[in-house]
Design a protein. Structure first.
Length: 178
């Protein structure tokens, strides 16, 4: 009896797979394309100005952090040189003061990083959204199931059929949409 039931189940699975295969064959095969979104973004109008603005603000943030770090390092060096001459209570107070300065430096560094990250998003988001919209339009028109970004880091793509690269098509669409 178990053999009969097992045979019926296997028959049903085979018939089910045959049905899935015939349905899958009836559908058009999934299409995949590649695009280098980074190269397209860099080539967009306004990108150079946005990058220049961000670079200036980034340099300003780095300069502030370096200045604050230098002040902290100087205070720490002064403490190291003078701690032997300080009373235990003064040594403890100075050490606590240095810890507070260190925490303030870390907090300020985080604030600057957050501000710069937000500024970068503010500058690039409109361009990224426009690029995504164009890519999505081409994806829908071409009935692509998936478009992979060649410009993204760690894609794992080692090689691909260059005829599947739609970067030039997207670039042309971006130009005509201006």
């Amino acid at each position: 009896m178990k053999g009969v039931v097992r045979g019926m189940i296997m028959g049903a699975i085979v018939l089910g797979l045959a049905g899935v295969t015939s349905v899958a064959q009836a559908q058009a095969p999934s299409r995949i394309a590649f695009v280098n979104a980074r190269a397209l973004l860099v080539g967009m109008p306004g990108y150079a100005q946005a990058e220049s603005t961000f670079t200036k603000e980034l340099e300003g943030g780095r300069a502030e952090i370096q200045r604050l770090q230098a002040q902290f390092d100087s205070s720490a060096a002064d403490f190291e040189q003078s701690q032997a001459m300080l009373s235990p209570s003064n040594r403890t107070a100075k050490r606590k003061e240095l810890e507070t300065k260190s925490q303030q430096l870390q907090q300020r560094n985080q604030e600057i990083q957050n501000r710069l990250g937000q500024r970068e998003r503010d500058l690039l988001l409109p361009m990224q959204e426009r690029l995504t919209s164009v890519i999505e339009g081409i994806r829908a028109e071409g009935n692509y199931a998936l478009i992979l970004d060649l410009g993204a880091q760690n894609t794992g793509i080692i090689t691909y059929d260059k005829s599947l690269d739609i970067t030039d098509r997207v670039a042309q669409r971006l130009k005509t949409a201006n």
